[in-house]
Design a protein around this ligand. Structure first.
Ligand code: NDP
Length: 498
């Protein structure tokens, strides 16, 4: 059996993973067994680490930071390690996609595409490392020269969620490494495998021990302890706004660690009557169904011009009905399983709430029974009003709410009527409308006549309650640095006391 054939069905027994501290694999005493959400069978077994394990990992990252074994290397050497990581990931693409699919429930073809994006993140990270620089001020007078040094912030704690375990990891790790920081990573307990595999890859590529450490376990114990930890200098958290808020409190009550937060979204997709409706319907179907809508930038609020609303909803519903929901390991599947039972219940509860709130169910609205695993049909509600819970809350599932507008002003006002500001899109052939809406809707990522396009060169992050700071690209590297102003006297000092 060749290697690829091993990846066609779930494993016969769960794969065991240790955790990774100071360049060494450690075994746990207590374990978490993950069942594939698409198949219902046990696929991985990971350690439930203790707070002592976390403390050891933070101490290792601290030693690696203080002795400059990584940040002190010439930048060319550091960039070479990141490029070697990209090469190794290329050779392990199918394996990484397989574990990602088994733990998360996403379609295997989508998972492979995500691994490709992750490879690009390391390549961009290598370039970003080489371009990172400070500044100088040659204007302070003949007696003084000013330099601005850009320095790594220190030990970074990285908490990642279950919806894009490897992709979100790789939109951060290369940029943290490019800055010269060291780190302790805690993946979501339900999707730890690929974060642990990355430890093998980084070690093989030549990353010094102690620079990348992985602690597994639940958010409530390990995640909370990380946000309270006095020796973590910066915490990058991606997940719910509620937990993001608790990280802010914990940071304030401990050491004022810097926070990078990428939180929830309730992202508008604005469709004007003059758009290519077929294109826009395709974008809307993709925007709400991609990754089963468990995506912080899902376009979950459709804001469509009233004159074409009925026609557009019919076009969209017809497309949504044809989405292939199925076994995540099937090459033809477009939408896989819901990642956790809790999330499955949340989504079905919101669908029930939408019905009782009086929204009109156009398509979907039900669980799909494939005999194993948990699946939900892509769902469209029409006649939604802005007060309804389905229009206000981040559902994090394949549930799209349709609302209407008559003027550009109304479209912008509706789009901004949310506490979130993560992403938005607009569909129109009129450049004036496209640019007006792009400028006035408050969101960190914007798409014009497209959906979810992008690359690791572009910054990621949100406005309002969708978060603080930016990840990826040069903006992302800079988040993990701080600047030092250096003043150098030239020549003989004018004495204060003569
Ligand atoms: P959480 O915010 O609880 O989980 C996200 C990450 O935070 C996971 O790694 C989790 O670990 C960890 N975590 C949990 N509690 C804490 C804590 N007290 N301190 C520090 N870290 C913690 O999200 P849920 O999994 O509960 O999902 C609930 C909702 O959050 C979803 O319905 C969705 O709306 C939103 N969400 C948004 C995401 C985004 O990308 N913006 C991603 C995931 C969820 P563990 O899983 O091991 O408990």
């Amino acid at each position: 059996m060749d290697q690829l054939n091993n990846f066609l069905s779930p494993p016969a027994a769960p794969r065991d993973f240790g955790f990774f501290v100071d360049g060494k694999w450690q075994s746990g005493h207590d374990f978490f067994v993950r069942h594939s959400p698409g198949h219902g069978v046990a696929v991985t077994r990971t350690a439930k680490c203790s707070v002592d394990d976390l403390n050891a990992a933070v101490a290792a990252a601290r030693r690696a930071f203080e002795d400059r074994r990584w940040s002190g290397l010439p930048v060319g050497s550091r960039a070479s390690v990141l490029l070697r990581v990209a090469e190794i990931l290329r050779t392990r693409r199918d394996e990484l996609a397989y574990w990602e699919t088994l733990e998360n429930g996403k379609p295997i073809a989508q998972a492979r595409g995500e691994i490709d994006h992750c490879i690009a993140c390391f390549e961009v990270g290598a370039g970003a490392a080489r371009l990172l620089h400070g500044d100088s001020f040659n204007s302070l007078g003949d007696g003084l020269f000013g330099m601005v040094l850009r320095e790594p912030i220190g030990v970074v704690g990285l908490i990642t969620p279950w919806n894009f375990p490897f992709l979100i990891l790789c939109e951060r790790v290369p940029f943290i490494l490019a800055s010269g920081c060291t780190m302790v990573v805690k993946p979501s307990e339900v999707t730890s495998a690929t974060t642990l595999i990355l430890a093998e890859v980084l070690a093989e590529a030549g990353l010094p021990d102690g620079v990348y450490n992985v602690i597994t376990g639940s958010g409530r114990t390990i995640g909370q302890a990380m946000s309270e930890h006095p020796d973590i200098d910066m915490l990058s958290f991606t997940g719910s706004t509620a937990v993001g808020r608790s990280c802010v409190h914990a940071a304030a009550d401990s050491n004022f660690k810097k926070l990078g937060l990428e939180l929830g979204g309730k992202n508008p997709i604005i469709v004007f009557a003059d758009s290519d409706l077929e294109d826009a319907a395709d974008g809307a179907a993709f925007g709400i169904s991609f990754n089963t809508g468990q995506c912080c930038v899902s376009s979950s609020r459709l804001i469509v011009e009233r004159s074409v609303a009925r026609e557009f909803e019919a076009l969209l519903a017809e497309k949504m009905k044809r989405i292939r929901v199925g076994d995540p390991l099937d090459e033809t599947t477009q939408v896989g399983a819901i990642t956790t039972e809790a999330q499955n219940t949340t989504i079905l509860d919101y669908i029930a709430k939408g019905k009782t709130e009086g929204a009109e169910l156009v398509t979907g609205g039900t669980a799909i029974d494939l005999g194993r695993g948990q699946y939900i049909a892509p769902t469209l509600f029409s006649g939604v009003s802005r007060e309804m819970a389905i229009a206000r809350d981040e559902i994090f599932g394949p549930v799209l709410c349709s609302m209407t507008f008559d003027t550009v002003e109304q479209a912008v006002e509706l789009a901004n009527d949310t506490v979130y500001g993560l992403a938005a899109s607009v569909w129109t052939k009129n450049i004036d409308k496209a640019l007006t809406v792009t400028r006035r809707v408050r969101a960190g990522r914007f798409w014009v006549n497209t959906m979810m396009a992008g690359g690791p060169e572009m910054p990621l992050g949100g406005f309002k309650q969708s978060g603080w700071g930016r990840e990826a690209g040069m903006y992302g590297v800079e988040e993990y640095t701080q600047v030092k102003s250096v003043h150098v006297e030239i020549g003989k000092r004018t004495h204060w006391i003569s």
